[in-house]
Design a protein around this ligand. Sequence first.
Ligand code: 13P
Ligand code: SF4
Length: 318
Amino acid sequence: MVFAALEAPTVPHDLPAAIDLLRRERKAVILAHYYQSPEIQDVADFIGDSLELSRKAAATDAEVIVFCGVHFMAETAKILSPGKTVLLPDLAAGCSLADACPADAFAAFRAEHPEHLVVSYINCSAAVKAQSDLICTSSNAVSLVQQLPAERPILFAPDQNLGRWVARQSGRELTLWPGGCIVHETFSEQALLRLKLEHPEAEVIAHPECLPNLLDLADFIGSTSKLLARAASSDATSFIVLTEPGILHQMRRQLPHKTFVEVPGQDGCSCNACPYMRLNTLEKLWQCLDTMSPAIELDENLRVRALAPIQRMLEMSR
Ligand code: 13P
Ligand code: SF4
């Protein structure tokens, strides 16, 4: 018997046009985080921070969600919209924060603090969400923690830099899980000080996942969306931006009359770009729409347990 060789589909020359065609055929919506590459942001239906993207994933009536972000984001979309197909262009797009908080070690941590309320940053696995009382993102963490009963102690996981900042802003004492973002922890204080000397008029805007010594040098701290909004509303015309440089694409597009400077990592490395986010490419986006894979699958029992603290977050941050 003669078998025809299985040929890999030819990658179209005009990927944005091919993606657009498949998006219509599949009745798909393409959601992208600000840390995606400019080419991906340019084909997305919606670009946002973690909170905005989860709201969008909960509200969309599309049959297919293509999540251009990292695994915990696509998993959150599946938790919120179990009836939809949720695609992630590269399944290996993880997150150092989620990896730093394994579910069994987290269970042991909780067991040591049985009287605490558990607040987890959305950058964690479904198995950690399922063990949490409340999920937060970098844009609502302070306000959510402030709403919790004053007499209850609080565990905060997995980002200790965000946790320290939230504790300071909210006036609440938090017991922290010792996790960190490999991207935001790489910014060099020396490079920032040098840039401040070169651009004395610039406002320093930073994501709260940065180390405390860098946050101390910032004029404004907030989630990616809040940094974008600040750049628009501020009287300043130049900004030193302490977060993943993907956000600069929207800043420059929406505010062409303003100047944005990115901060390099230690020793001038380009490790300020998130290696997980950047695994997604235009070609993989086209391919996942073509093959309808890889799709996020989740045990239903786990999904239901992970859903409750996410819904609580959405209700409390309306
Ligand atoms: P945002 O809450 O700003 O979307 O941050 C997500 C993230 O992964 C930052 O590293
Ligand atoms: Fe995770 Fe940091 Fe990448 Fe955000 S930037 S996805 S926190 S590794």
